[in-house]
Design a protein around this ligand. Structure first.
Ligand SMILES: Cc1ncc(COP(=O)(O)O)c(C=O)c1O
Length: 385
C-alpha cells in the first residue's frame, strides 16, 4: 500500500446525485420535494487521495474473498489514537465492529437486562434513544442544559439521581448535535460519578477527530468504559461501514465481544478495512486541512447569521460540521418545516434529537463554501418574514 500525495481542494463541488447517496438521492423522498440537502452527517468532499489510491490498488485484484487483514487495521487504529488523541491503548483492547450504531445496540444488550435503566443526555443523535427503546430497556433522560448563548453543559442534578438507578450511560463525546467537546474537568466529574455508582459508560467518539479542542478518550481515564469509533466520519468513508471498539477492562471486553459475536457484528468488510487502515496511516495532513476548512465555514455561518438572521441562536460548534440552530423565534416546528421546504432546504428537524430539540434545526456545513452560501441564502428565504 502507498501513501499518495493529497491534493486537497475542499472548494471543489462534486455532484453526488445518482451515486446512491442517502443525503442527496433519498432527500426528495424524505422531505417530500427536491431540496439542497444539508442534513445527514456525511461530507460533500472527496476522501483523502491516499485512501482512494489504496482502494484502487485493491480493486486491481479481481478476487474479493473474506478479508484476513484486521490486524493491520487495528494496529493503524491504535497508532492513530496515540498520534491524534495522545492515548495508546493496549493492543488486545482494540477490536473490530461492523459500525458504531450496531455496536451501541450490542452494548445495551451486553451490559443491561430487559427493563433496566440506561442514561441518555438529549438532545442527542437519535440511535442513542432507539438503542434503549428497541432493546426493551428503560430510558432515563438527563437532558443537557443550555445557557443564554447556546452553550450546553451536562445536567449534574439529573445525572446524580440517574446513576443510582442505571447500570449504563451512553455518552456522545463530542456531543452531536449540540456541538460540545467535553472538557477534561467535565469528563473527570462524569467518570467519577459513574465509577462510584458502578455505572458503565459507552463513549461514542465518532466525531472526536474533527474536534477543534483537545479531546480525551473516555477509557484513557476511566477503564470501566468502552470507546466506539470508526474512521468513517472524519475521513468521509461512512458508506463503507466498520469501526473499532476499545475496551481496556478485561471483564467488560469479554461481555461486549461475546455480544457482538452473538449478533455477528464483529467484522469489518474488505473495503472498509483497506480504507480505514490507509486513512489512519496517511490521513493526518488531509484531516488537519479539513478541520481548518470546517472551522472557516463555522465562522462564515456566524458572520452570515449576525447580519442576515440575527434572531437565529447559534453557538459555533467545538467540533466537526454540525450547526445546531435555535430558530424558535420563527415559529413552531411544523411551520418551520413547511417554510424550509418551500425554500428548498433539507435540514434535520430538532425534535428528531429527542426532548430539548424543539425549535431547533441541525445544518450540516461539510460542503464547499459556494454550496454553504446557497444553503444559507435558502435559510434566509425560509425565515425571512
Ligand atoms: C454520534 C454518532 N454516532 C454514530 C453515527 C453513525 O455511526 P455508524 O455509521 O458507524 O453506524 C453517527 C452518524 O452520524 C453519529 O453522529
Amino acid at each position: 500500500m502507498s501513501a499518495a500525495q493529497d491534493s486537497v481542494d475542499f472548494d471543489r463541488v462534486i455532484p453526488r446525485r445518482g451515486t446512491g447517496s442517502l443525503k442527496w438521492d433519498a432527500a426528495a423522498e424524505r422531505f417530500g420535494a427536491e431540496v439542497l440537502p444539508m442534513w445527514v452527517a456525511d461530507m460533500d468532499f472527496a476522501a483523502p487521495d491516499a485512501v482512494l489510491a489504496d482502494l484502487q490498488e485493491r480493486l486491481q485484484h479481481p478476487v474479493f474473498g473474506y478479508p484476513g487483514n484486521e490486524g493491520s487495521m487495528l494496529q493503524a487504529a491504535a497508532d492513530w489514537l496515540a498520534k491524534r488523541h495522545n492515548w495508546r491503548p493496549e493492543s488486545d483492547a482494540v477490536a473490530c465492529i461492523s459500525g458504531v450504531v450496531p455496536a451501541l445496540y450490542a452494548a445495551v444488550r451486553a451490559f443491561t437486562r430487559p427493563g433496566e435503566a440506561i442514561i441518555v443526555m438529549p438532545p442527542i443523535y437519535p440511535p442513542f434513544i432507539t438503542a434503549v427503546e428497541d432493546n426493551g430497556r428503560k430510558l432515563l433522560l438527563a437532558p443537557l442544559i443550555a445557557d443564554d448563548t447556546g452553550h450546553y453543559r451536562m445536567n449534574w442534578d439529573a445525572l446524580e439521581i440517574a446513576v443510582r438507578q442505571a447500570k449504563l450511560l451512553l455518552l456522545c463525546s463530542p456531543h452531536n448535535p449540540v456541538g460540545r467537546v467535553w472538557t477534561a474537568e467535565e469528563l473527570q466529574r462524569l467518570g467519577t460519578l459513574c465509577t462510584d455508582a458502578g455505572c458503565v459508560v459507552v463513549s461514542d467518539e465518532i466525531h472526536a477527530d474533527l474536534s477543534q479542542h483537545p479531546h480525551y478518550p473516555f477509557p484513557s481515564r476511566f477503564p470501566r468504559s468502552i470507546l466506539l469509533s470508526p474512521a468513517g466520519k472524519s475521513f468521509n468513508l461512512a458508506g463503507l461501514g466498520g469501526g473499532i471498539s476499545v475496551i481496556p477492562n478485561a471483564g467488560l471486553r469479554h461481555a461486549f465481544l461475546n455480544e457482538i459475536q452473538r449478533s455477528q457484528i464483529q467484522h469489518t468488510n474488505l473495503f472498509a478495512l483497506t480504507a480505514m487502515t490507509s486513512a489512519w496511516r496517511y490521513g493526518t495532513k488531509w484531516q488537519a486541512a479539513l478541520r481548518q476548512y470546517l472551522s472557516n465555514n463555522a465562522r462564515f455561518i456566524a458572520d452570515f447569521l449576525a447580519v442576515k438572521l440575527p434572531e437565529v441562536g447559534y453557538h459555533p460548534p467545538e467540533f466537526g460540521y454540525l450547526a445546531w440552530l435555535d430558530v424558535h423565534p420563527y415559529g413552531a416546528d411544523a411551520v418551520l418545516a413547511r417554510r424550509l421546504l418551500q425554500a428548498g432546504l433539507g435540514l434535520n428537524p430538532g425534535p428528531s434529537f429527542g426532548p430539548g430539540g424543539e425549535g431547533f434545526v441541525r445544518l450540516n456545513f461539510a460542503a464547499p463554501r459556494s454550496v454553504l452560501e446557497e444553503g444559507l441564502d435558502r435559510l434566509r428565504q425560509a425565515l425571512h418574514r
